[in-house]
Design a protein around this ligand. Structure first.
Ligand SMILES: Cc1cc2nc3c(=O)[nH]c(=O)nc-3n(C[C@H](O)[C@H](O)[C@H](O)COP(=O)(O)O)c2cc1C
Length: 152
């Protein structure tokens, strides 16, 4: 089974989680990117605005792959302003076939993403499962173990 472990990150948390998951899953580690500048205070504010308005941005993956060719996708993303960041949202919106084979891992500073399931699925369709990793609950290791055991 071909597994893609995909992540979008601004400050490295999603990347750390993706790497930990992939140590066990041993899939292809793929970075989802956009062409925006989200750094610094203005990047943060602009990011929040884009996320709330669900703005579509140009996205690409490193390496350049077609995620639709994978059997199973684990997509790790931050939460931005109670939403998916523009890169995550745009990619899923523009590749509608992948949502149904995707486990979405939303990591945040404190918000429990599982309560946002209906909202996210109303944008892009149903995921296999949505996991929430919020730093305030110090649950990262436990949820990562759960994801790995769900995949096996
Ligand atoms: C624009 C923006 C909006 C954010 N909104 C939320 C939020 O609504 N709830 C929350 O718990 N964390 C929020 N965060 C914090 C990030 O979700 C959190 O720091 C995450 O771990 C960042 O992931 P990264 O290091 O992979 O970029 C926000 C961060 C940014 C940049």
């Amino acid at each position: 089974m071909a597994i893609a472990v995909v992540y979008f990150t601004r400050t490295g948390n999603a990347e750390r989680i993706a790497e930990k998951i992939n140590e066990s899953v041993k899939g292809d580690l793929i970075k989802l990117k956009d062409k925006q500048k989200w750094r610094g205070f203005f990047g943060y504010m602009n990011g929040g605005r884009h996320a709330i308005k669900q703005k579509i941005v140009d996205t690409y993956t490193e390496p350049d792959v077609d995620l639709a060719t994978y059997d199973s996708i684990i997509l790790i993303t931050p939460m931005w302003a109670g939403n998916l960041p523009p890169a995550t949202y745009s990619y899923l919106k523009q590749h509608p076939k992948i949502t149904k084979k995707t486990r979405l891992v939303v990591q945040s500073a404190g918000t429990d993403a599982t309560t946002y399931r209906e909202k996210f699925e109303s944008y892009v369709g149903k995921f296999i499962k949505i996991y929430s990793i919020s730093r305030s609950q110090k649950e990262e290791a436990t949820i990562i173990e759960q994801i790995i055991s769900d995949i096996k």
